[in-house]
Design a protein around this ligand. Structure first.
Ligand code: FES
Length: 144
């Protein structure tokens, strides 16, 4: 006795066609997403302006640049702006004035006051953002 009921499993042809259609759909989805929502790059980010009067020598100010937090510090030697995004896996580091270092709570990463790695897994120093003085303003992130 023969059973002519169709199989509930895909034939090899159906399996290949379904797989190919899924790959094409995923590729088209990624392409449309990249066209509709292009990622913000640092080159496209809007520079941040801080009045010199708002950042006296010895002070620091947290700003948001390119969608990420950064710390702008003014000393007698000048102004330094560091991204607060850990170079290990992207957690946000915290300034610890008592230890004079940046600390990443995710994996115990430590950076010195200039953003250089002291210990832990971070492979690179914190990113330094460009800083310019323009009249009575500090401009962070403007391309050189
Ligand atoms: S994400 Fe900062 S040490 Fe891992």
């Amino acid at each position: 006795m023969s059973d002519n009921k169709p199989s509930i499993f895909l034939s090899r042809r159906q399996f290949i066609f379904t797989g190919a259609a899924a790959i094409v759909a995923a590729w088209l989805g990624a392409w449309f997403q990249s066209r509709l929502f292009p990622p913000t790059t640092i080159a496209q980010a809007t520079p941040v302006e801080i009045a010199l009067a708002d950042l006296p020598v010895g002070a620091s100010k947290q700003v948001t640049y390119a969608g990420a937090p950064a710390l702008v510090m003014r000393s007698q030697d000048g102004v330094l702006a560091l991204s607060l995004v850990c170079t290990h896996l992207g957690c946000i580091v915290q300034w610890q004035p008592g230890n004079n270092q940046f600390y990443c709570p995710c994996h115990d990463g430590k950076y010195d006051a200039f953003g250089d790695v002291v210990s832990g897994p971070p492979p690179l120093p914190l990113e330094r953002l460009t800083v310019k003085l323009a009249g009575d303003k500090i401009v962070v992130g403007e391309s050189a």
